[in-house]
Design a binder for this molecule. Structure first.
Ligand code: FES
Ligand SMILES: [Fe+2]
Length: 346
């Protein structure tokens, strides 16, 4: 049992086995079904699309008459994936032996099954999973319940943005596989401490001393303040940050969801653990104000991403060393990392 001291001044960081040991990795990710995960934006749905996130469970988003369902993508006959790519079909047909389901998952027909007794039953339908929506963003889970408290910190700060009307921009989609544990990627995301050392261009547009970190249940919010003359949000009166030049709201929601709000819109990164030392990073971009693209903190995300990947892949090699076990935290700059490690070990 690993304890991360609640007092950051006394605490030691996560032991290295959290980043390297397969058993530890498996035991952590086996509980991801208890969390909400980003699935898609309502504005980018087709009739049926496989979900790509950290739930290790084949699932589909389907849409019938504007109603969205999250259903199992596993055929109830012999387990083939029903749908392997996005489709606009009016029904789902398993590619293995032709079983047909309606888009809400109900069994419809099956060749060569006339003689089967007591068939079909509800067990032959595709199972439904919980789905929740916040301003067009769709989230799914296996067994999480309280969606309101999951999203409340986001709602409180950026609920005024017309996220439901943002336009999915496929040109901003990215997918990387990196040689690093997923938690190292999250650690790196959760502090602005490294910005002056790692991100020269980003450092030029952000006010390093004003960068702030707020902790909440199940997540962290970091706020980047714009340097003089750099783009910032036009906050509504009465907003808690009214009067400040906010360049970016960086939300991290446990385990691996990052919602990055910039004056141009929203960039989402999904941190998808593959194995102890392999992680997939998936980016989705949603544009609210195209005139703000290419500037400020959210201006060149590819460059920032490459700089971060260089660091986390280097750290993966480092934490695998016999010379490294654990470190200490900066109380002024690493509260977000400490908070994450507390969540991970509780
Ligand atoms: S596995 Fe789907 S029809 Fe046989
Ligand atoms: Fe970074």
């Amino acid at each position: 049992m690993t304890i991360i001291d609640p007092d950051i001044r006394k605490a030691e960081t996560l032991p290295s086995r959290f980043y390297t040991d397969l058993e530890t990795f498996n035991s952590i990710i086996s509980s991801f079904g208890e969390n909400w995960h980003f699935a898609s934006h309502r504005n980018q749905l087709s009739a049926a699309q496989p979900i790509d996130n950290s739930l290790r469970e084949p699932m589909l988003l389907t849409q019938v008459d504007g109603e969205i369902h999250c259903i199992s993508n596993v055929c109830t006959h012999r387990g083939m994936l029903v749908c392997t790519e996005e489709s606009d079909a009016k029904r789902l047909q398993c590619p293995y032996h032709g079983r047909i389901f309606s888009l809400d998952g109900q069994f419809r027909s099956m060749p060569e099954f006339d003689q089967v007794e007591n068939f079909p039953t509800p067990d032959d339908d595709l199972r439904n999973f919980p789905l929740s929506e916040w301003k067009g963003l769709l989230f799914n889970t296996i067994s999480a319940t309280d969606f309101e408290s999951f999203i409340s910190a986001v709602e409180e700060r950026v609920g005024w943005l017309p996220v439901a009307d943002f336009t999915p921009d496929l040109s901003r989609h990215r997918e990387y596989t990196i040689d690093s544990n997923w938690a190292l990627y999250v650690d790196n995301y959760l502090e602005g401490f490294h910005i002056p050392f790692v991100h020269g261009d980003l450092h030029d547009v952000l006010d390093y001393d004003a960068y702030s970190t707020e902790l909440f249940d199940g997540g962290v919010l970091q706020i980047g303040i714009a340097n003089e003359g750099e783009p910032s949000f036009d906050l509504p009166e009465g907003h808690p940050d009214y009067g400040q030049n906010i360049a970016a709201y960086y939300f991290w929601l446990y385990p691996g969801l990052m919602l990055n709000f910039y004056p141009w819109g929203l960039s989402i990164n999904l941190v998808i653990p593959e194995t102890a030392d392999k992680t997939r990073i998936v980016y989705h971009g949603f544009v609210g104000d195209a005139s703000m693209l290419g500037q400020g903190a959210g201006g060149d995300l590819d460059k920032v991403e490459a700089e971060d990947q260089f660091i986390v892949e280097g750290c993966q090699k480092g934490v695998s060393s016999v010379a490294y076990e654990r470190g200490r935290y900066s109380p002024t700059k690493e509260a977000g990392v400490h908070h994450f490690h507390r969540i991970l070990t509780q």
